[in-house]
Design a binder for this molecule. Structure first.
Ligand code: BGC
Length: 626
């Protein structure tokens, strides 16, 4: 593992100058270089390796070959290279522009949004830039200023000096002014909406296109806040930037959390690590892979030091059920700090359900008193076959969905990395991460509700099978040609061991036994029967109730032994309201397993335990999906 020097991609936009060539040693056949993309895996301008056997390879290819571990754990949530670092030499004014946030950019451009920061490396005396608006505007006012060509009147003009820092949150209207040379650290995106271009034309006499509608969609119409950081030049979830200005040695610890980048703005120096060293000078760009270890930079130089900080502390978990959508905000200790639930009303068109899901997220955030920015990701557990790769619910028997692009739809509202898995998989993961099976590596969970969900954790990870369509334990046949299941087959475990099945069995028994206490318990209305009713009847000495309970337990026990024989987990977790019956349910199942599972007298049989987190398991598991 080694630090590598990078060669940037250059851009010769019409407003550029020649300082990057003359003062920063950048190469180009053209007279002017407007921008150099110093750290870039963006296809529009990739940087390449400058030295050694990998010389000439794009950084993206280099990372692909060496493994994504080079980027570090903090980058995992982004799915792609997270940042782009440029030097920009504005000989003339840049156009007035605005960038979209992640949600808008994902939908409109299939790219990341663009939040960025500028460090003023150098500038001519009196040089100025535009940063946000001078006052709050209505959309109509903003549009009118664009159409009249009077936008500059309402832009906040700031005179700059070397060393100034500006944090340009997505949505901030801005423009770099003539005579400014800046270093820009931004999200890995090449999306810009131009709103005003000083009526300039290129060499062929053409004006550059404006993107007024999109700009109107994304622009923040309030004055931009001035943000300052105590310990850094700037920091946000995409990057943290420090300035190193030294004539002594400075340590950099490149651990497994993030890669580091050095951009030398002046002077020269060297970086040394355990097995190597590299010299650098003004204009050089250095990529230090994650895990390089302790490094020392020394010399007489000024540089920007950038890395990707730890993701925010909170995660959002969504449990999509046939009846309710339950949202929870989960903290670092896997505790739910706020919850919000809304009815699913599953028969509606899916965009409406997903919109309600997003609104429930915002309500839960409000209850928790935190913002979306403080959340690292959102995870959804949905019934049915959930393709985690594409974020699609391929088929759900419970909510009657087919090929619903759940992740893409939700990201229109919630611009966070978004993951999807089956609801029971999530519940199993939740119980293993923070509940009854904490510390176990291999566990099987059955949720006994409207259906029977199956979640399998093997070696600490969800086992979902091909197309994430596996682990449907409720749809394994217990009784050949038995009762019809919601999946279309007959005799599935779900048709015998779900809460719905128990209710159906109790109703049937009551119909055959008019003397049963079940009638009294349901006030003479069989529709009032719940999963608790037969257990309550049994407690009151009712033979019919006792028979229903015993039959139900024996169906479930057979199912559990089958799964023990297939997976031999460390424990089997049972979830769902029926588990409130405690020992009455669990003792006979444990007895059955310890007598009948394969080799029970040779190796210790697993314990059947009750889920500890109740409905929260699905939320927590969804939140920690990777
Ligand atoms: C579905 C499963 C789901 C379970 C619990 C079953 O009917 O087929 O995918 O996990 O119900 O919601």
């Amino acid at each position: 593992m080694e630090a590598v020097k990078l060669i940037p991609a250059g851009k010769d936009y019409l407003w550029g100058g020649d300082r990057l060539k003359k003062e920063f040693g950048k190469q180009s056949e053209k007279d002017r270089i407007a921008e150099t993309w110093e750290l870039s895996c963006h296809p529009d301008g990739p940087s390449t390796i400058a030295q050694g056997k990998d010389r000439g390879k794009t950084l993206a290819r280099y990372i692909e070959e060496q493994g994504k571990g080079l980027l570090g754990k903090n980058c995992e949530e982004f799915g792609e290279f997270p940042i782009l670092i440029k030097l920009i030499d504005a000989k003339q004014d840049l156009s007035v522009q605005v960038h979209p946030d992640n949600a808008y950019a994902a939908q409109a451009e299939h790219q990341q949004g663009k939040t960025e920061m500028w460090y003023v490396v150098d500038c001519e005396p009196g040089a100025a830039l535009y940063y946000g608006l001078t006052r709050e505007l209505t959309k109509q006012e903003f549009q009118k200023h664009i159409e009249d060509g009077t936008l500059l009147q309402v832009l906040n003009r700031v005179e700059v000096h070397p060393g100034n820092v500006f944090f340009i949150e997505a949505g901030t209207v801005h423009a770099i002014g003539a005579g400014i040379l800046i270093a820009e650290i931004q999200q890995n995106s090449n999306v810009t909406y131009r709103v005003y271009d000083y009526n300039r034309t290129d060499a062929q006499g053409n004006k550059r296109p404006l993107h007024i509608q999109k700009a109107l969609d994304v622009a923040s119409l309030k004055p931009a806040p001035v943000r300052k950081w105590e310990n850094h030049l700037a920091s946000c979830r995409y990057f943290t930037v420090d300035k190193i200005e030294t004539d002594t040695a400075v340590p950099i610890h490149s651990d497994e959390n993030s890669f580091h980048h050095l951009l030398c703005l002046d002077g020269n120096g060297k970086i040394e690590w355990r097995y190597g060293r590299l010299e650098f000078k003004k204009g050089d760009s250095l990529f230090l892979p994650a895990g390089l270890g302790d490094c020392t930079v020394s010399g007489n130089f000024q540089a920007l030091h950038t890395w990707v900080p730890a993701p925010p502390a909170y995660r959002i978990g969504i449990d999509l059920g046939g009846t309710n959508i339950a949202v929870g905000i989960v903290d670092e200790n896997l505790r739910i700090i706020a919850k919000h639930s809304v009815p699913t009303q599953a028969k509606r068109p899916y965009p409406q359900i997903i919109e309600d899901m997003a609104k429930a997220v915002f309500s839960a955030l409000q209850k928790a008193g935190i913002s979306l920015e403080q959340c690292a990701s959102v995870g959804i557990g949905s019934p049915g076959i959930c393709d985690s790769e594409t974020g699609t619910v391929i088929y759900s028997n419970n909510i009657q969905w087919e090929n619903v692009p759940l992740v893409a739809e939700l990201r229109k509202w919630i611009p966070l990395p978004c993951r999807l898995s089956n609801d029971a998989n999530c519940a199993a993961l939740g119980e293993v991460a923070a509940g009854a099976a904490k510390g176990y590596q291999n566990a099987v969970l059955l949720t006994l509700g409207t259906g029977v969900g199956g979640g399998v954790i093997l070696d600490g990870k969800i086992f979902a099978g091909c197309h994430s369509a596996g682990a449907e334990l409720g749809h394994t046949v217990l009784i050949k040609d038995g009762e019809r299941c919601t999946c279309g087959r007959h005799g599935c475990l779900e048709a015998y061991a779900s809460a719905s099945a128990l209710i159906r069995q109790t109703k049937r028994a009551a119909e055959n036994h008019p003397e049963s206490v079940i009638w009294k318990l349901c006030g003479g209305n069989l529709e009032q029967i719940s999963g608790r009713t037969p257990f309550e009847a049994e407690k009151q000495g009712d033979e019919t109730g006792k028979q229903v309970v015993e039959d139900y337990i024996s169906y479930l026990s057979e199912g559990v032994v089958n799964f023990v024989n297939i997976f031999r987990p460390e424990c089997v977790i049972l979830g769902g309201g029926i588990c409130n019956e405690g020992a009455r349910l669990l003792d006979p199942i444990n007895d059955h397993v310890s007598r009948l599972c394969f080799g029970s007298d040779k190796v210790e049989p697993p314990k059947v335990i009750r889920a500890a987190l109740g409905n929260d398991a699905g939320i927590i598991g969804a939140a920690v999906l990777k």
